[in-house]
Design a protein around this ligand. Sequence first.
Ligand code: A3P
Length: 289
Amino acid sequence: AVRMATQDLYLFFHGLPLPKIVHSEESLEDFRKFKVQNDDIFVISYPKSGTTWMQEIIPLLLNGGDLTPVESIPNWERVPWLEETRAVLFLDKLSAPRTMVSHMPYPLMPPTFSSSKAKAIYIARNPKDVLVSSFYFHQMASFLDDPGTFEEFMDKFLAGQVLFGKWTDHVKSWRNTDLGDRIFYITYEELIQDLRGALERMLRFLGRQMSEEALDRVTEHCLFKNMKKNNMSNYSLVPQEVMDSSKSHFLRKGIAGDWKNHFSPELEDKFNAVIQKELEGSGINFPWD
Ligand code: A3P
């Protein structure tokens, strides 16, 4: 399919390219004015870091492991993106505690977020795997620009000419907040390695409890192979012209380390040099190779 020109696909918010299909000047204004409540819960992520996974996990942790909502309500409606145009449709339907997602860097969050007691879970992923996931996402999503070759796309990623800007700016902004124990950090890789253990830690952060049996059920349900079958979470409700599943699936591979199948040694050196330089002095040490 022929893509629109890049300038027609994105609008810019504080210099960050955001896809016009789900963002507008108005939705971003509403976002900034949003009144955060003390019991609100936010999932925060840079795109392709495990957002959809958290949209599955959080409702289940909050409701004692009842699968009904995740099997009957689309992920974007059950844990809506606060900055998107559709937020107005869904936010009113949420019952407390409201659960929402945002891809925004910390300084752009609504002012009422930091002044509230709302909790945030920040999910981060190895940026090399984020890049690979995003590369395939750009191939299948007609509302994003054509990624070109993998190397060309890497250059755009490193320059921050991709949705929500630079990965390093995003993680740096969220790793250095004054939120104290209101924020919980988790990685995609921890979920891959020990999903049940990660769920238990998030339960504690959220101040919730669950029976062993329910926790087993939630863990099983949230495994990639099972979640991929959930039509409320696998984006199969989206028309083929918008997301072309013949090119790639939204729930594509679901592993840690797929970058090893895509990076040449030269590309790895280039990528490492830029990311390391930009993280220098930030105190951030991710456990990634
Ligand atoms: P891949 O493209 O590497 O497969 P986001 O939701 O932030 O856009 O991130 C999408 C990525 O998370 C995709 O990565 C997708 O497959 C992965 N993902 C979603 N649900 C998952 C699950 N239950 N287990 C493992 N990975 C999952």
